[in-house]
Every structure is written in structure tokens, then in C-alpha cells.
Design a protein around this ligand. Structure first.
Ligand SMILES: [Mg+2]
Length: 303
């Protein structure tokens, strides 16, 4: 199956300047990046990260690329090419590969990515899609999780919560926003929200050795969180606080930079939800009082 499928795939892949030799040789030949190379990989597995009986496989393919693009956005980088590895169940492997690749090719075309190569194998197990994404970032300009400092503004893009209603299959990586920020302010730290606003903010804070004071009523709650709350028994805020797979950006910058951005059109909404503080932990500030927030999505322990 591999030979004929790869021939088909080679015909479907556009030639792009970033990859001199793509699918069909022993390895890809890729033009060197300007600045610094960045790379990330993410694997999604049937039954763990998606359900093949429920989710269209083209969406699964699209998502496997988009979640990597979100990581590149969180680093302030530009994506250039991907390597794709499919582990296919023995049954219907060619059909499955074709459907997954429809979504991969769609994402590649949308974001001008070259498909530099990959691997396909069949086995007695569930579908697994692994995408390695290569890109570049200007030297020493990558957004790290570890540089947030006391007083920085904490900003979140878009709106969060309830992505399980469908947005999680077609996430919008915030690449353009990241580039606009990189050119207009100094981003001190960044992370993309894959496991929930509170958990990923907690990770950013842990990496920077700081904490966060939040104006929780400023957190932009997605309409999906409201709709989901009608049947979930949880509040829209709880969904916004702890649902995963929003793939929005969480960034920090000086309060001065945040104020400069306040009046600007960035293409994607960017909302300040609080400030970085020296004391570790996540805190809600309200009427001069602080309340400890749990990254699991509920509040306890008054201060
Ligand atoms: Mg990430």
C-alpha cells in the first residue's frame, strides 16, 4: 500500500521553496531557516485524543497539524514544513490514510506548509497521527514560558471554554497575532492553551517562578461555554477556566506594553485578565481581597 499511496501523495503535494527534496527520497532536503530553527511534534491517537467513530478523519488530520501550529505560534515562530507519521489499523488502511491526508493537505495549503516527508505503517492497533512541524524564529526572539516577571500584564486571545462543541477539531492557530505582538511589543512569556486556561497559566507561572492575580470577570467566556453549561451542570466560567483545547494564546508583557495595545486592532481580540505577581499560585482579586484559585477549576481557601 505504501508505494502507491506515496506516489498519489507526491502528486498532491505542492512544491514549495522551503523544501528542495520532499517525499520520495530517503530523507528531505530542507532550506536552512533564517534566525533559529524551531521544531515540535504532537501525536494524536484514536480513543485517546479523538474518536474515529465520531470525528471525521479529515478533521483529525487537520487538527494534527493545527495543534502543532498553535505551539509554533506560542513560540512566536513561523512554520515552514511538516513531517507526517501515520500508524494505521490493518483494516481499511488506505481509505483511512486518504481521509486523514485530506485534512493534512488542507491545513498545509492554508498555512503554506511543505509536506517534507513522513512514514506510513499498518499494525494491529488504533490510528495514530504524528506531525512534526519545523519553523523558524528570529534569533533569541522566541517566546518562552519562563520569562514572566512581577507586574506583567496577563493577556488571553479570543475566548475560552466549551471547545468540545466542535472548535477543538478545527482550532485556529494564532500565528498572525503572535507575529503582530512580536513586532509591536516585547512579549515576556507565552503558552498556548491546550489543557485549559487555568492549568496552562499555572504552567507558565511555574516555569517563570511567579504567580498570577486575576480579574476573573474579565476572562473572555466563549459562547460555546454558555451553551455547554445549559446541559453540563457547570457554569460558563468553570468551562472557560478549565476546559481544554482552546488553542488560544496566553501571553505576558509589561503593563506599559499592554496599555499601548489596548487601543490597537490586532485582528484577534486580546484581553487582559490580570497581572503577574511575585507570590506563587493563582489568585482572584476582587474588591481588595484575594482568594486562592485552584487550577483544577474551582475556588477555595480565602486569604
Ligand atoms: Mg503548547
Amino acid at each position: 500500500m505504501e508505494h502507491s499511496f506515496l506516489a498519489y501523495l507526491r502528486g498532491r503535494c505542492r512544491k514549495l521553496t522551503q523544501v528542495t527534496v520532499g517525499i520520495g527520497d530517503d530523507a528531505a532536503v530542507i532550506e536552512p531557516a533564517t534566525g533559529q530553527q524551531i521544531a515540535c511534534v504532537d501525536q494524536i491517537i484514536d480513543g485517546v485524543d479523538f474518536l474515529s467513530g465520531k470525528h471525521p478523519l479529515a478533521d483529525v488530520g487537520y487538527k494534527s497539524v493545527a495543534i502543532n501550529l498553535s505551539d509554533i505560534a506560542a513560540m512566536g515562530g513561523n512554520p515552514t514544513s511538516i513531517l507526517v507519521t501515520l500508524a494505521l489499523p490493518n483494516q481499511n488502511s488506505t481509505r483511512i490514510a486518504g481521509e486523514v491526508y485530506e485534512g493534512i493537505l488542507e491545513a498545509a495549503a492554508e498555512f503554506n506548509l511543505a509536506i517534507a516527508g513522513g512514514d506510513i505503517s499498518t499494525y494491529d492497533g488504533p490510528l495514530a497521527v504524528s506531525v512534526t512541524l519545523l519553523g523558524f524564529v528570529d534569533r533569541d526572539k522566541a517566546f518562552l514560558r519562563s520569562n514572566a516577571t512581577e507586574g506583567d500584564a496577563i493577556m488571553v486571545s479570543g475566548a475560552v471554554g466549551g471547545s468540545i462543541r466542535g472548535r477543538h477539531l478545527r482550532p485556529v492557530p494564532r500565528l498572525d497575532l503572535a507575529q503582530r505582538l512580536r513586532h509591536s511589543v516585547e512579549v515576556t512569556s507565552a503558552i498556548d492553551i491546550s489543557d485549559g486556561l487555568s492549568l496552562d497559566l499555572d504552567r507558565l507561572c511555574a516555569a517563570s517562578g511567579v504567580g498570577a492575580e486575576l480579574d476573573t470577570d474579565k476572562i473572555p467566556v466563549h459562547k460555546d461555554a454558555e451553551l455547554l453549561s445549559e446541559s453540563s451542570g457547570r457554569t460558563p466560567f468553570q468551562h472557560a477556566w478549565s476546559d481544554g483545547e482552546d488553542f488560544e494564546l496566553l501571553v505576558t508583557m509589561s503593563q506599559k506594553d499592554a496599555d499601548i495595545l489596548a487601543g490597537q486592532e490586532l485582528g484577534t481580540p486580546l484581553t487582559q485578565i490580570g497581572n503577574i505577581v511575585g507570590r506563587t499560585g493563582l489568585w482572584q482579586r476582587q474588591q481588595g481581597k484575594l482568594k486562592r484559585l485552584s487550577p483544577q477549576g474551582y475556588t477555595h481557601e480565602s486569604l
